[in-house]
Design a protein around this ligand. Structure first.
Ligand code: FAD
Ligand code: NAI
Length: 477
């Protein structure tokens, strides 16, 4: 019997892969998508890191833990007294798992709706391309080989472990273990003050852990605009996160129920701390495990990413790669954008991904969001710019919400007023940033935003006011 033949096979059903599969099917290709992730019952769990152990479950726990913190600390100010508040962590984790399952099921439904054939198992190149395209072998439970003229690799990334300290997911946790702790650890250690460290550190701090973050670099959130990062450091420290910069991690030893971390602090002094659990969040590595890259002759770069050009083309004709397994920011929406662009390029269209307008969000409280260049980048690039900031303290909606921390900051070209970067720390920054992304895509000036009518009272008025601040003419501050 000859192998099933498809126009396109997508390996990996994370946000990059499943979106690429749907877009390719919309464009008239016959499409298969292969993914190996299994749920607790052994069934398929498409959605990748993002859905299973990333964006979605972390945001579910961030939301639940924020409700808990508000009920304990913020409601009283609103005149709501909560008596007998208690934490049901089991229910919180169960709800998170339900949210994940809803997303897994949603993707399977979307595959059916768009006539994408889904295979559960690991996909690997079984040889070089022949007359029928690339043979792709799929492991159990699907257990078959299919052929496709075009292949999209979307196999994502894995958490990076400290050398010599593998994750056991009981005491030394990656993101997977950090999202499934069964009882609140009294003392939680976090190595790496990046996005995961701050988000997961916030979750467990809100639920009652004493959280100590150990960061290798001497600066806090180096990729974030310095003024915003400084504000974030101040606010997170006030909330009770202990953030230690410039730490050189030494020996890590596990006992029966605890982990000892030895490190040298920023002053060069030797330190030793014992934690109940340790989250290691020091970045992620591309996942090409078992993909058969060598069998097909697929080129990887020196860091193990699949090597691609600006259009996501690999060295093999008809083979593309997208998302976390290729260069660029490891973000779900970046993976999705590349997936759509590749499907459109395969169809002869002009797929488009604008790396300059990819928004970043850190879902702490307050949230941090930005798009475009930071003030320090503009200085390094020698660009003449004007800056304008507006604090949420002066925004009526923020006062009504009871959440006045942070600010909106605009950076615009000194000569043309074109918006070069927008940086927000404050309530709902993740939603507010969209306006800035649209503005930058349309090459708007700060004046454009300043002249647009924004609803009152809304947090978005802070965006308008920050745009006015570029011209030193705020109305409410
Ligand atoms: P993945 O989502 O990693 O998906 C790859 C899929 O391919 C997986 O299902 C894997 O099992 C499968 N696979 C791998 N190899 C094979 C094979 N050979 N055969 C078959 N299947 C295979 N990003 C955001 O934008 N916003 C957030 O809020 C956010 N939060 C995050 C929180 C955490 C804790 C983590 C860890 C990450 C977060 N990210 C977030 C990053 C985001 O999850 C990734 O950027 C995104 O998932 C990358 O998508 P992808 O499709 O490239 O890969
Ligand atoms: P990260 O790159 O955000 O942060 C890693 C931190 O660890 C850095 O501050 C780095 O200096 C530090 N570090 C590295 N090695 C170290 C060492 N040996 N000792 C001490 N500190 C060390 O990586 P993270 O947090 O693991 O997240 C991975 C990626 O996942 C992110 O870069 C992001 O792309 C994605 N993500 C996105 C989220 C979002 O969009 N909200 C949420 C969570 C993850």
């Amino acid at each position: 019997m000859s192998n099933k033949q498809f126009d396109v096979v997508v390996i990996g059903a994370g946000p990059g892969g499943y979106i690429a599969a749907i877009r390719a099917a919309q464009l008239g290709f016959s499409v298969a998508c292969i993914d190996e992730w299994s749920n607790a019952k052994g069934g398929p769990a498409p959605g990748g890191t993002c859905t299973n152990v990333g964006c979605i479950p972390s945001k579910a726990l961030l939301q639940s833990s924020e409700h808990y913190e508000h009920a304990g600390h913020a409601f009283a100010e609103h005149g709501i007294d909560v008596a007998g508040l208690s934490l049901n962590l089991g229910q919180m984790i169960k709800r998170k798992d339900t949210v994940v399952k809803q997303n897994n099921d949603g993707i399977l439904f979307l595959f059916k709706k768009n006539k994408v054939t889904f295979f559960h198992g690991r996909g690997a190149f079984a040889g070089a391309a022949g007359a029928e395209g690339y043979p792709i072998a799929i492991s159990a439970p699907s257990n078959e080989t299919i052929n496709a003229k075009q292949v999209i690799i979307a196999t994502g990334s894995n958490a990076r472990a400290l050398p010599g300290t593998p994750f056991d997911e009981k005491l030394i946790l990656s993101n997977t273990g950090a999202l499934a702790i069964e009882s609140v650890p009294a003392n939680l250690g976090v190595i790496g003050a990046g996005v995961i460290g701050l988000e997961m550190g916030s979750v467990w701090r809100r639920l009652g852990s004493k959280v100590t973050v150990l960061e290798g670099l001497p600066t806090f959130l180096g990729a974030v605009d310095e003024q915003i990062a400084k504000e974030a450091h101040k606010l997170f420290t006030k909330q009770g996160l202990s953030i230690n910069l410039g730490c050189k991690i030494g020996a890590i030893t596990t006992g029966d129920n605890n982990v000892k971390v030895e490190y040298t602090d920023a002053k060069g002094e030797a330190q030793s701390v014992v934690f109940d659990k340790l989250i290691v969040s020091i970045g992620r590595t591309p996942n090409t495990n078992g993909l058969g890259a060598d069998v097909a002759g697929l080129a990887l770069d020196e860091r193990g990413f699949v090597a691609v050009d600006d259009d996501c083309k690999t060295n093999l004709p008809g083979v593309w790669a997208i998302g976390d397994v290729v260069r660029g920011p490891m973000l779900a929406h970046k993976a999705e954008e590349e997936g759509v662009a590749v499907a459109e390029r395969m169809a002869g269209q002009h797929g488009h991904t604008n790396f300059n307008t990819i928004p970043w969000v850190i879902y702490t409280s307050p949230e941090i969001a930005w798009v475009g260049r930071t003030e320090q980048q503009l200085k390094a690039d020698g660009v003449a710019y004007k800056a304008g900031t507006f604090p949420f303290l002066a925004n009526g909606r923020a006062r009504a919400l009871g959440d006045t921390s942070g600010m909106v900051k605009f950076l615009a070209d000194a000569a043309t007023d074109e918006i070069l970067g927008v940086h927000i720390i404050g309530p709902m920054a993740s939603e507010l940033i969209s306006e800035a992304v649209v503005a930058m895509e349309f090459k708007a000036s700060a004046e454009d935003i300043a002249r647009i009518c924004h609803a009152h009272p809304s947090l978005s008025e802070a965006t308008k006011e920050a745009a006015l601040a570029v011209d030193k003419r705020t109305l409410n501050f």
